[in-house]
Structures are given as structure tokens and as C-alpha cells.
Write a protein that binds this ligand. Structure first.
Ligand code: COI
Length: 365
């Protein structure tokens, strides 16, 4: 069921970025945002589209102290005929239910998420970019803003959706795929079984920033995390899931430890590889096996998958002070094919043979 919401249009439209090939990731935000409130006993209420502007928040709000929040990441794309579409938004809605359950945040029904997105994207539809490698990044998020220092779930929440026209997360990929250098973190950990690793919560990322600093100090763009118990098995990359092609098998970390974010792009990659007849395994893989495969030539590709990262090939791993080059350091054929088909389907340039796209009733010229 589609829900409708009142709209207050901005009286101060922003200046648009002029060069779509220089958007970067989430540097610009559109004119409008979606807001909805939750009160215990009343449920979700008063959804509305309003101008995108700073919000007032009481300094004693629990989210500012105990981080009871969650977020999602998805994108809208402009098809060649000007219609706007989403990609597998039902998967984001389902993941949101699991994250909210973990964080004791009230469940947000799928029709509120999708109708809220449609309502705000409609107002800012002409912000959806069309240059190669671009899209409109959609960031839904919920935070507890009850004034309370009790370490207990809040009784009041705000749900918001903000929009940003973006290019690639790792600068450079706007000009076609390029490989990235990644730092293998062997001291700090991202997630342990029983924690929040599988949920999309800010704390997972805030806690990772110390490692991101290590990555940057080692001229790397992001971190490859190892498991918490033995610091031995590869888990995921800072912003995305990680795939390793050794000879003809593509391997990614399994979800059963509860420490891996169940990426929608991850699931799409697995389904596409199966359909193409490429062997894909969800199994544990040690960093030592990867380094040995880099040295004996059997490591053919590494790539990251995510909403922000799309498919980002990795050319070098930096581990314990040593560089391991992946094959010849160039973009691998599987990563390129995945990128071409996934981003092609998302933008309507490749036929959607998986039934994943979700056209909105919105068209721009
Ligand atoms: C996304 O891919 O949507 C993410 O949430 C990654 C983000 C941390 C940059």
C-alpha cells in the first residue's frame, strides 16, 4: 500500500553541482528531506517532506550519549527514458527490521520506508544525476531522541531520509573502474559474535575509524577486517563486503558468525555469479591463504561490493607492512562484468534479467 505525506517545499533551492563527474560521495545534499516521529503508545506518525535544513536536538537526547540509532544505504537511478528507479528496496526494508530488532528500535514497516523514499525523491527528482558512475544516494536513518541518560531504549524516535547526488565512493572510479589499495587491520576488530556486526548501526563505523587512520597512514583507501577471535579470517572491508577469486572460485565470508553485514550488493553478486556458472562459496578464508595465493599467482581478483562502493576492485593488500599485489594489479574480469551488469541494470541500460529494479512513478526530462 502506498502512503502519501504532506509536502512543504523549500523557498531557498540550493545551487546544484555543475559538473556531475566531480560529485564525489555525499558531498552535496538535495533541497528536501523526509521526517517522521515515533512515540510510545502512538507508533510512527506525522510523516512529512520538508526542506533539508539543520534540525534541533536536545543535548541530553539519548542518541548523542548512547548511540541508539540505525541507518540504511540505497540509491535511486535515472533510466535513459527519464524514469527513476530503486534497486531491491524490499531487501533494505527487511535488513532494517533486523537492525531495529537488535537495537531495540521500533519496527518500521516496509510501506513507510518505500513511500517515504518515493515522496522525497519525487520532490528532488531532477537532482538524480545521469553521468556515468553517478546515482542519488538515499540515506534513511532512525535515532532515539528521548531526553534520558538511562541506558534503556528510548520512547521517542525520529526517522529521516536525506538524499545526495553522488559519484563513486572511492574517488577515481567515475572514470571507469580503477583498483584500490586496502590495509589489512590486524590489531583492532570491527565485530564479534553476539555484537552488532550484522546490523547497520553507526557504532560499527565509529569504532572502525581508528583502523581507517592506520589505512590512510599506509596510503590505503580502506580497511580489510579480520575476525575478532583469531585475527586470522577475512571478514569485510570498511564500507563493503569483500570477495576473493582464487583460481576459479570466488569466496566471501559467511553470514553465520553474525559479524558480517548482509549486503544487498553482496547477495546480488552471489546470485549473478551462480547464474553465470561461476563457482561462488560463502566460507571462511584466512589472510595467510590469500597472501600465499598472491605470491603463487592463484589470487586472480579481490573486489568490494556495496551500495556506496558498487563493485570496487582491489589491486593491492597491505598486510603487516608488506604489499601483496592482486594478479597484475589491474581490474579483474569478474569485477568488471559484475559492475557492467549491476550498474547497467540499475540505470536501465542493461535489461533487468533478475527482476531487481523497482521503478517509481516519477519521470524527469
Ligand atoms: C552503503 O554502502 O550504503 C554504506 O552504508 C556504506 C557507508 C558506510 C559509506
Amino acid at each position: 500500500m502506498k502512503l502519501t505525506f504532506p509536502v512543504t517545499r523549500t523557498t531557498h533551492p540550493k545551487q546544484r553541482p555543475t559538473d556531475e563527474s566531480q560529485l564525489g560521495f555525499a558531498r552535496y545534499f538535495t533541497d528536501h528531506m523526509f521526517v517522521m516521529d515515533y512515540d510510545e503508545g502512538q507508533g510512527w506518525h506525522d510523516g512529512r517532506v520538508v526542506p533539508h535544513e539543520p534540525i534541533l536536538i536536545e543535548p541530553a537526547s539519548c542518541v548523542l550519549h548512547y548511540a541508539q540509532m540505525m541507518f540504511e544505504g540505497m540509491k535511486a537511478y535515472r533510466r535513459p527514458d527519464g524514469t527513476i528507479q530503486l534497486f531491491r528496496p524490499d531487501m533494505n526494508a527487511k535488513r532494517m527490521v533486523r537492525t531495529n530488532e537488535r537495537m531495540c528500535i521500533p519496527e518500521l514497516p516496509e510501506e513507510i520506508l518505500i513511500s517515504g523514499i518515493e515522496a522525497v525523491v519525487r520532490e528532488d527528482a531532477d537532482w538524480v544525476p545521469s553521468a556515468p558512475g553517478t546515482s542519488l544516494y538515499i540515506r534513511p536513518f532512525i535515532f532515539g531522541d528521548e531526553v534520558s541518560f538511562s541506558v534503556l531504549p528510548a520512547k521517542h524516535y525520529r526517522f529521516m531520509i536525506i538524499l545526495s547526488p553522488t559519484g563513486s565512493y572511492y574517488a577515481g572510479n567515475d572514470k571507469g573502474l580503477q583498483t584500490t589499495r586496502i590495509y589489512v587491520e590486524d590489531e583492532y576488530i570491527r565485530a564479534a559474535t553476539g555484537g552488532t556486526g550484522y546490523a547497520k548501526v553507526g557504532g560499527n563505523y565509529g569504532g572502525g575509524m581508528r583502523a581507517s587512520k592506520n589505512a590512510i597512514a599506509n596510503q590505503c583507501k580502506d580497511v580489510l577486517w579480520l575476525d575478532a577471535r583469531e585475527h586470522k579470517y577475512v571478514e569485510e572491508i570498511g564500507t563493503s563486503n569483500a570477495f576473493f577469486r582464487i583460481n576459479d572460485e570466488v569466496i566471501t565470508a559467511p553470514l553465520d558468525s553474525g559479524t558480517i553485514l548482509p549486503g544487498i550488493t553482496r547477495d546480488s553478486v552471489i546470485q549473478l555469479l551462480k547464474r553465470w556458472g561461476i563457482k561462488v562459496s560463502e566460507r571462511r578464508l584466512s589472510i595467510d591463504d590469500i597472501c600465499a595465493a598472491a605470491e603463487d599467482g592463484s589470487l586472480k581478483e579481490i573486489f568490494a561490493s556495496g551500495t556506496a562502493a558498487v563493485i570496487s576492485p582491489i589491486g593491492t593488500l597491505n598486510y603487516k607492512g608488506k604489499d601483496y599485489t592482486v594478479a597484475d594489479g589491474k581490474v579483474g574480469e569478474v569485477a568488471q562484468r559484475l559492475y557492467d551488469d549491476l550498474y547497467g541494470m540499475q540505470t536501465g541500460k542493461v535489461e533487468d534479467y533478475m527482476g531487481w529494479t523497482y521503478p517509481l512513478d516519477i519521470k524527469v526530462n
